[in-house]
Structures are given as structure tokens and as C-alpha cells.
Design a protein. Structure first.
Length: 357
């Protein structure tokens, strides 16, 4: 009799533990969904927070560009030298981003982001070329080096968003984001010892900021069902104002479609397709001489690009790393049709860690 009672008690205890585990797994899954844990590393906006919700994140992006292209056609160094002094060989840009989100109400979330950028570009001269450089002290130095490396680093522009939840239920959400770019990054960095002309500034893409006040509207729809989540997004950057030097970047629009599969309560994998269409620079900087290199030409910016990405996310819920997401994503170009002559995109690596409170 005692054995039968003990056996019954043990069975009931095991059942309770089983159902508790299922309930905890479901709760954790809902937390994962509500915190945007399943969104890929390269996606900044995927959801809005509940009132009082806080999210902090550090994100890293590394992008490499190599080989010149005009439209969809490769361009040789010799062809570049026919129109410019230098032929770019490659460019590496690393960006460290700090972002914070706060749920002001159950529908309205505020978001801010700042970044630190380092950019390096390698260029070459035609063989046998002798070039005079203007140093910062107005002296002139003769150079026979065929390979030149330019580099800049510093903080970029500050970006602020208001994210409003238009629709939300247990399985889907629709949010509208209204952002503004505040021109805090330097956009007048001079070329220093690399200057060919006196007072010359680095080309536009080597500058840290835009110098202009820009608007960034966006719309994001997200749907999840069991272990699968997918999202469709449209973001634009509208640039109606010239900066104090006399130019602004072209407006652009980006479409994102991504899907994520939750393998377990602590891991998911994702696939993303990104389409970008942007215009060329309007106006110009009088101290950026378009004969120097293609990226000094305002017409050599923008175009159409499609990139494909694969990624994985890890959800951690232990000690000080509770409610954390670690995400990694790698992408390569699928299609590029570039304005003017530009370095072609080779690959992008996105990584980051996000903590929700």
C-alpha cells in the first residue's frame, strides 16, 4: 500500500515537472518573440517595447569593397586612370554602434543610436608616376610611391527614432518608425599629407558624417507562427537639405525581407534579402577635386544593390547575461548596378549583443 502511494506520488510529481517545463519553454518563447530576439544582427528595427521596457545593444559591422565597377560592368585600373589620378583598389569600413530603446508607452518606443567609424582605402597610381603632395604646412613633397593608403576615424552622426505600434497581437505586429539624422559627425576632414591640391579634403565616403539633417521613415511588419518568424520592412532616407559646404547625399530606399527559425529556446537561424536603391550626391564640396579618384566625383554614388545574408542568434538567460541576444550575420552581394565608377561590395559581417530589461 505504501509502495503504491509512493509510486502514484512519483508519477504525479514527474507529470508536474513535465508540464512546468512545457510552460516555462512557452513563456521563454514568448519572451524571445516580444524582445525581437529572432531578428537578424543587421536589422535595427523589428518591434516596439511595452511601457517601461528598456533595450541596450552594441553592434559591429565590417564591410569590404574591392574592384571597380560601373553599372554592372567591371572597370580596369587603366580605364580608371584615363579619367582620374588614382585608381581605388579596396576599402574597409568598420562601424561600432551603440543603441538604446525605451518604451514610453505600450505603443510608443523611443530609440537612439551613435556610432564610431574607421575607414581605410588603398589607391594606386599609374606605374612610373611622380606626384607632388601638399602637406598641412603648405610645403610640397615629391612622391614616386605607386600605392597610397588613406584612413579616417571618429564618431558619426547621431540618429533618433520614434517607433509607434500600429498593430499588435499574439502572433503579429506592424510598427511605423520616424527617424531623424542629426549631423554630429565631421564632414570636412582634410586630406592632410595625402593632399594633391592645397586645402584638399578627403572624398565624401571617407568623411564621418553627412553634415545634413535627414529624415528616416520606415514600416515593419512581423509575423510569427510556432518556430518560424518572418518580416517585411521598408525604410527610406530623405535628404532635402544641403549641408553648410554645399552638398547632400542622395535619398534612398531599402527593402528587407527576412525569416528566422527557432531551433531551440536558445538558438535560431535566419536568412535575409536586402534591396537598396539610392541617388547620387547633389551639389559638391569645392575642396574635393573630382579628378583625384572616382569617389571624389559626386556622380559616383548610389545605384541599385541586392544583398543576401545568413545568420544565427543565441539567446542567453543566465546571471548578468539574462535576457541577452548574441547575433552574427554574414552577407554577400547578389546584384550591383552602380552609378558612375565605384568599388564593388564584396561582403558584410554584422555582429552584436543585445540586453533587454
Amino acid at each position: 500500500m505504501k509502495f503504491s502511494v509512493l509510486k502514484h506520488f512519483t508519477q504525479q510529481s514527474m507529470k508536474a515537472k513535465y508540464y512546468t517545463a512545457i510552460m516555462l519553454s512557452f513563456i521563454k518563447y514568448q519572451i524571445v518573440i516580444s524582445q525581437g530576439i529572432l531578428s537578424p544582427a543587421g536589422v535595427m528595427i523589428s518591434h516596439a517595447h511595452s511601457k517601461g521596457g528598456v533595450m541596450l545593444s552594441y553592434n559591429y559591422m565590417s564591410m569590404t569593397m574591392k574592384n571597380n565597377r560601373s553599372g554592372t560592368t567591371a572597370v580596369s585600373d587603366e580605364a580608371v586612370w584615363n579619367n582620374y589620378i588614382f585608381a581605388p583598389q579596396d576599402m574597409h569600413m568598420n562601424m561600432h554602434m551603440l543603441m538604446g530603446m525605451y518604451g514610453l508607452t505600450d505603443r510608443l518606443t523611443l530609440m537612439a543610436m551613435t556610432d564610431y567609424i574607421t575607414s581605410t582605402m588603398t589607391l594606386t597610381l599609374p606605374p612610373g608616376t611622380v606626384l607632388n603632395h601638399h602637406h598641412g604646412d603648405s610645403s610640397m613633397v615629391m612622391s614616386t610611391e605607386s600605392i597610397h593608403t588613406h584612413a579616417t576615424s571618429g564618431f558619426g552622426d547621431l540618429k533618433l527614432w520614434a517607433i509607434y505600434k500600429l498593430l499588435s497581437d499574439e502572433r503579429s505586429s506592424l510598427v511605423f518608425s520616424a527617424g531623424i539624422n542629426i549631423p554630429t559627425g565631421k564632414f570636412d576632414i582634410d586630406a592632410g599629407d595625402h593632399a594633391v591640391f592645397e586645402g584638399e579634403r578627403h572624398p565624401y565616403m571617407m568623411q564621418l558624417g553627412t553634415g545634413s539633417l535627414d529624415f528616416m521613415p520606415g514600416l515593419t511588419y512581423l509575423k510569427h507562427n510556432e518556430n518560424i518568424t518572418w518580416s517585411a520592412q521598408a525604410f527610406a532616407t530623405i535628404r532635402p537639405f544641403f549641408n553648410s559646404i554645399g552638398y547632400h547625399y542622395g535619398s534612398d530606399i531599402t527593402f528587407n525581407v527576412w525569416t528566422s527559425y527557432l531551433i531551440s529556446s536558445f538558438m535560431s537561424v535566419s536568412a535575409r534579402l536586402e534591396s537598396f536603391t539610392g541617388g547620387s550626391i547633389q551639389g559638391s564640396d569645392p575642396n574635393v577635386y573630382s579628378v583625384i579618384e572616382p569617389d571624389a566625383n559626386p556622380g559616383s554614388y548610389g545605384g541599385q544593390k541586392v544583398n543576401g545574408y545568413l545568420g544565427t542568434n543565441f539567446y542567453i538567460d543566465k546571471n548578468f547575461l539574462s535576457n541577452c541576444k548574441i547575433a552574427v550575420e554574414f552577407g554577400i552581394p547578389v546584384y550591383q548596378n552602380l552609378n558612375g565608377t565605384q568599388l564593388a561590395h564584396q561582403y558584410t559581417l554584422n555582429a552584436g549583443i543585445t540586453k533587454t530589461f
